[in-house]
Design a protein around this ligand. Structure first.
Ligand code: IPM
Ligand code: MN
Length: 364
């Protein structure tokens, strides 16, 4: 891992590139292409890509969906782009979610999931412009919330239980992420919880977020139950700026927000800690679309732009921030020109859409 305090003086970035399953290879390639193009346009040296295996190909070659080699290599790169995985189709003995394991392994405690409308894209919420800040390390995720064993268990064939984990430390660090982000935006944070039926776990989450908010006097705070927030999002998404919420609620609400912005195929996301980051789209592997060159690559392209902006915080010369901005502007301009993939009612293939974005990355 790089020294976070070391300003990067235009040395080449080393980025992991993990195809994953289903439409993964197509959208990961499309994301890598726009990153290459944007760095060239911003005057940064080319990326040194480090291709790594996860998913079905990893099972075939190494007998496991997330090989040790992949984790070891990731520890040595600056950051990485992760394709989707289709773990539901892995053989029963391998049915883990590699993306969850990677988040846990590297302590990527924050999942930043923006949803915004684009000119030229028909959206149920044409004025949506919000960011869901999802706690990414605990909550009700049985595969992530235990040191050993699982948070789910089944004492008899007819009884199953699961536990949720909420700690003050995790609430504090995710709340700080949300308030810091809101300070750069419209200065509003909504804490989303369900403290009426989970008063201890969700009450702790809500209360700690409120406490942390006390340190950010310029930010307006309110809180909502998750069911009310889901309805409110559909009715008036533009009311929201930053939402901070626990893992499961953030997972669900970010799919909803993505669709409200036009398509889940637009929904970008960054998983990060203070020292490491991973770009990963909100959508899954869409196996039925795989290999048809029809998937929307915008979500992973925009996730990669977020990755460059995150890396830019340790880049003395600002080229990475400019490259990230170029990708965002180029994707928006491509939509505005009426070019889109089938999920948005367009005719462009994955490759055609990407060519159009790459061409626009060079425009000022
Ligand atoms: C998500 C997914 C994940 C989760 C997978 C990809 C690990 O649903 O991030 O949206 O289970 O958290
Ligand atoms: Mn999800």
């Amino acid at each position: 891992m790089n020294d976070a305090n070391q300003p990067r003086r235009n040395r080449a970035l080393r980025l992991g590139l993990i195809d994953g399953d289903g439409i993964g290879p197509e959208v990961v390639r499309a994301a890598g292409q726009v990153v290459d193009e944007a760095l060239a346009a911003a005057g940064a040296p080319p990326v040194e890509w480090v291709p790594l295996l996860m998913g079905h190909r990893a099972i075939a070659e190494f007998g496991t969906p997330l090989p040790e080699q992949t984790l070891e290599e990731l520890a040595g790169v600056d950051a990485w782009i992760l394709g989707p995985h289709d773990n539901a189709s892995y053989p029963a003995e391998h049915r883990v979610a590699p993306g969850g394991l990677i988040r846990k392994h590297f302590g990527l405690y924050a999942n930043i999931r923006p949803a915004r409308a684009f000119a030229g894209v028909r959206a149920a919420a044409p004025d949506i412009d919000l960011v869901i800040v999802r706690e990414n390390s605990e909550g009700f995720y049985a595969d992530r919330n235990m040191f050993a064993g699982s948070g789910e268990f089944r004492p008899t064939p007819d009884v199953a239980m699961s536990v949720g984990l909420v700690t003050r430390a995790a609430c504090e660090r995710i709340a700080h992420e949300a308030f810091r982000l809101a300070a750069t935006r419209r200065k509003r944070v909504t804490i989303v919880h369900k403290a009426n039926v989970l008063p201890l776990t969700m009450g702790l989450f809500r209360d700690v977020c409120r406490e942390v908010g006390g340190a950010y006097p310029g930010i307006e705070v309110d809180d909502e139950h998750v069911d009310a927030a889901a309805a409110h999002l559909v009715r008036a998404a533009a009311d929201y700026d930053v939402l901070v919420t626990e893992n499961l609620f953030g997972d669900i609400l970010s799919d909803l927000a993505g669709e409200l912005s036009g398509s889940l195929g637009l929904a970008a996301s960054l998983n990060c800690s203070a020292t490491t980051a991973m770009a990963q789209a909100v959508h899954g592997a869409a196996p039925s679309l795989a290999g048809h060159n029809r998937a929307n690559p915008a979500a992973l392209q925009l996730s990669s732009a977020m990755l460059l902006r995150w890396l830019a915080t340790r880049d003395a010369e600002g080229t990475l921030a400019r490259a990230g901005e170029r990708i965002e502007r180029a994707v928006a301009a491509t939509f505005e020109a009426g070019i889109a993939t089938a999920d948005l009612g367009g005719l462009a293939s994955t490759g055609e859409f990407t060519e159009q974005v790459c061409a626009r990355v060079h425009r000022r």
